[in-house]
Design a protein around this ligand. Structure first.
Ligand code: GLY
Length: 396
């Protein structure tokens, strides 16, 4: 088993991301060494999409290290990433007799990682979490950097309710991240493509980070496009390694997303997200790809569409050339991601949702917009007409 390692060098809380086929086999012994002899239990939150053999293997490995493994299952969706599920998991962990020295393991995609991470962040004021991402999206993005939390449904002005993404949460860095490429092989094609959207997002900010290694990410992805599209094992492992390295460097530079004005701050990772979050949970918005009728959007699909909208808004604002958006659209189309959708409500309605996103700064909308190929900037108080033009550009 060859495993590559990427360090997330946060002062005093550095941790490793292990990437490779069979890497899950190293989790139980790593948990024993980090938790110490007193730890006796592990609370494992498992995504029901993960093939059973990986869950069984991890449980057996934990047992052989002397742990009692309590498994709680979550069927992922944006609706399930809720206070109710959090409450259920908290009751489950508390009823197992889990103590402060006992760790939590998240085995699944972004929804499971975020929920389990928030359980770990808040149970008895914080216990260790080990993130074992099983989707491409969670490997290259969600599992690294300590963002945890859930969505919240709040009443809207029209007497209905709106699901606001990740409104409740905490930063809680994992102690270890393990991305097992063998688990990834079981991912369906649509989820693979959705994960690639976050890689394209990294490519779209890479040249602005001041590090040659990340500046070349987009060019490397274009060169390797055939292998990426075919989900070739070694190309995808390299892709995960490069993306995790980029994400790690951004997180180390701005762990709590607090350096708003600084180029290279963590907020750049939200490129495509303010637009994307606003459309992601709207019922009836359907990606127009080769498999019709696939509503609702997956997070990665919404991020891809959000990046297209952001490019158009940036052109409206005179911030970048139209060719940037054209190249992005070609890249997303080559991957098989939607660049337009059916069923979008009026732009002003989506703008209203964007205004309620947690990336608002005081009363003004804050968006990440491209200023060149591979370079983005944070824009506060962006003109609403340009934002609506961006939204309209992804309307089918
Ligand atoms: N997914 C964006 C971040 O972790 O900051």
């Amino acid at each position: 088993m060859s495993v590559r390692r990427v360090e997330v060098n946060l002062p005093g809380r550095a941790y490793e991301v292990r990437i490779g086929g069979g890497a899950l086999g190293s989790v139980a012994s790593a948990v024993r060494s980090m938790a110490g002899a007193r730890a006796s239990r592990v609370f494992v939150v498992v995504d029901t999409g993960v093939p059973e053999r990986f869950v069984d293997q991890l449980s057996a490995d934990l047992a052989s290290q002397g742990f009692v493994a309590c498994v709680a299952c979550v069927t992922p969706s944006e609706e399930i990433k809720s206070i109710e599920t959090y409450h259920r998991l908290m009751v489950e962990i508390a009823s197992t007799g889990h103590t402060r020295v006992d760790p939590v393991i998240a085995l699944g995609g972004g929804v499971v990682g975020d929920l389990a991470g928030f359980v770990a962040a808040s149970y008895q004021r914080g216990v260790a979490v080990i993130q074992c991402p099983t989707t491409l999206l969670s490997m290259v993005d969600a599992s690294v950097g300590g963002k945890t939390g859930m969505n919240l449904v709040v009443p809207d002005d029209a007497g209905g309710s709106t699901l606001l993404k990740n409104l409740v949460g905490a930063f809680h860095q994992p102690r270890l991240v393990v991305a097992d490429m063998d688990v990834l092989a079981s991912l369906d094609p649509r989820h693979r493509r959705a994960g690639l959207a976050e890689c394209v997002k990294h490519g779209m900010i890479g040249a602005g980070l001041g590090d040659d290694a990340h500046a070349g990410l987009m060019d490397w992805m274009i060169e390797e496009l055939d292998g990426i599209r075919a989900f070739d094992d070694s190309t995808i492992e390299e892709l995960v390694g490069r993306n995790v390295a980029l994400k790690a460097s951004v997180v180390v530079g701005d762990e709590h997303e607090s350096t708003d004005a600084k180029a290279g701050g963590r907020m750049l990772l939200n490129f495509g997200h303010t637009f994307g979050h606003a459309i992601e949970t709207i019922e009836g918005v359907s990606p127009v790809v080769d498999e019709p009728g696939l509503a609702p959007l997956l997070h990665g699909e919404a991020v891809g569409l959000g990046m297209v909208a952001a490019c158009c808004a940036a052109v409206e604002l005179g911030m970048c050339d139209r060719s940037i958006g054209d190249e992005l659209v070609s890249m997303l189309e080559a991957i098989g991601l939607p660049v337009r959708v059916d069923g979008l409500p009026p732009g002003c309605e989506i703008l209203d949702r964007m205004m309620r996103d947690k990336k608002m700064a005081g009363g003004s909308l804050r968006v990440i917009l491209p200023v060149g190929w591979g370079k983005c900037a944070i824009v506060e108080g962006a003109d609403e007409g340009a934002i609506v033009a961006g939204i309209d550009s992804i309307r089918r």
